[in-house]
Write a new protein. Structure first.
Length: 225
């Protein structure tokens, strides 16, 4: 699998989400949607009704990142609505395997999210149940934060665990991913990159996606050479 770029609507204009989605429709692979409940993280964004509406106005597949309490109850609704990937946090889940299987049964990919301080090693045996692992590279809750360099070794560890597992599991990074940091993430083994302000603060979001992809692909080639 090659590099995939998922612009985050958290940095977009919430009053014009359809237009912001259209701005990256020709260059992005996914549209990343952050669902926050002001409990699991100290911020409140959007929920299922907005996702359902957005699905009617974009051809990009939606990557829904649930930063909410009780994802075991709510995650399946996003898959049933038509999101193509639903990621929930292991720190909030009581039954991660059951929830992952429910998401996949509803037709979506299932992602396992980890906060920066949450080690990935204890969940190595669970990875086969998931299609993607999300390593947060900032504390979840707000966009525009500075990338946490201390998380780079965890990205490498996650890649090693994934490769050892033998399944095709994507490794996503989210938080502070810019033209200045994306290469480090790619070299460490990430292949799916959530980029918020680096895309939506640019004069041309579509071209920003292309530039980010180019840097990540270059880093992957260098790491493999």
């Amino acid at each position: 699998m090659g590099v995939q770029i998922a612009p985050s609507l958290l940095s977009a204009d919430f009053a014009w989400l359809a237009g912001e989605a259209a701005a990256v429709a020709d260059t992005a692979d996914w549209l990343h949607v952050d669902i926050m409940d002001n409990h699991f993280v100290p911020n409140l964004t959007i929920g299922l009704p907005v996702v359902e509406s957005l699905l009617e106005h974009t051809r990009l597949p939606l990557d829904c990142h649930l930063m909410i309490e009780d994802p075991d109850r709510w995650a399946i609704g996003y898959a049933e609505a038509g999101a193509k990937n639903v990621t929930f946090h292991v720190e909030a889940a009581s039954a991660p395997i059951r929830t992952a299987r429910a998401i996949k049964s509803a037709g979506a990919r299932a992602g396992l999210g980890l906060k920066p301080a949450t080690p990935v090693e204890p969940y190595g045996d669970l990875l086969a149940e998931f299609d993607m692992v999300l390593v947060m590279t900032v504390e979840p809750g707000f966009g525009g934060q500075r990338f946490l360099d201390a998380v780079v070794p965890k990205i490498r560890t996650a890649r090693e665990l994934i490769d050892r597992n033998g399944a095709e599991i994507w490794l996503q990074v989210d938080g502070g991913v810019t033209e200045q940091t994306i290469e480090r993430c790619a070299e460490a083994g990430a292949d799916v990159f959530v980029c918020g302000s680096a895309v939506y603060d640019a004069d041309n979001p579509g071209r920003a996606v292309d530039a980010l992809r180019s840097r990540a692909e270059k880093a992957v080639r260098t790491a493999r050479s």
